[in-house]
Design a protein around this ligand. Structure first.
Ligand SMILES: N[C@@H](CCC(=O)N[C@@H](CS)C(=O)NCC(=O)O)C(=O)O
Length: 213
């Protein structure tokens, strides 16, 4: 398998974490978002939206959209599972992931922030305020959900990492870039500390990517 990825992209990062947790062999093909490579004809052949990541299977099938890729990986290699056993627990984990994937990340995406800068004359402070507002809204909810989840364990849901952790860790990484104060979120920071200890999360980290600078 080949993953088209950009080192600092949160959606690439969450997908790399899932690949690493599952122990799947994959190659990285870097897509330089800063140089606009995602909008070039070669990459658009793989991903009609011009967004990273894309997973390309050995038979050439392109899978776009990180939620679809991660669900594909879960079906392709069910063990270790990134979902709990009970359907209602699975729904909780998917809901936590969706808070980030559906309600938060899209508002802080490169093209959205560029639009704010170019069309609404926002400086970096304005952009940080915009992105930070939606990240804080997500973390406020997730902090309460992690605390109220009735389970033992140091991850978002239970004693092993789930899809929710795959989504949370990149969002925390992104928060640091936008100067979001994480001190009101001790439960999330505890999850972060637990994930950081795992080799899978370390290998997937932006700093450990071939295109990191
Ligand atoms: N919902 C998509 C979003 C993908 C996405 O927005 N990727 C970002 C990087 S994190 C991107 O390619 N941005 C390029 C741009 O905004 O121009 C997914 O989860 O795969």
């Amino acid at each position: 398998m080949k993953l088209y990825s950009y080192w600092r992209s949160g959606t690439s990062y969450r997908t790399r974490i899932a690949l690493e947790l599952k122990g799947i062999d994959y190659e990285i093909e870097t897509v330089d978002l800063r140089a606009g490579a995602h909008n070039g004809p070669a990459y658009l052949e793989h991903n009609r939206q011009g967004l990273v990541p894309t997973l390309v299977l050995d038979d050439g099938t392109n899978i776009c959209q990180s939620p679809a890729i991660i669900e594909y990986l879960e079906e392709y290699k069910p063990e270790p599972s990134l979902l709990p056993v009970l359907p209602e627990d699975r729904a909780t984990v998917r809901a936590m992931a969706a808070i980030i994937g559906c309600d938060t990340h899209p508002l802080g995406n490169l093209r959205v922030l560029k639009y704010l800068k170019d069309e609404f004359d926002q400086d970096q402070a304005g952009i940080n305020k915009w992105a930070g507002t939606w990240m804080k809204a997500a973390f406020d909810s997730l902090e309460k959900i992690v605390v109220s989840n009735d389970h033992e364990g140091e991850f978002c849901f239970g004693e092993t990492p789930t899809i929710a952790d795959c989504y949370l860790i990149p969002q925390i990484y992104s928060a640091a870039r936008f100067d979001v104060d994480l001190s009101p979120y001790p439960a999330l920071l505890k999850v972060h500390a637990a994930c950081e200890k795992l080799e899978a999360f370390q290998r997937a980290h932006p700093d450990n990517q071939p295109d990191a600078d």
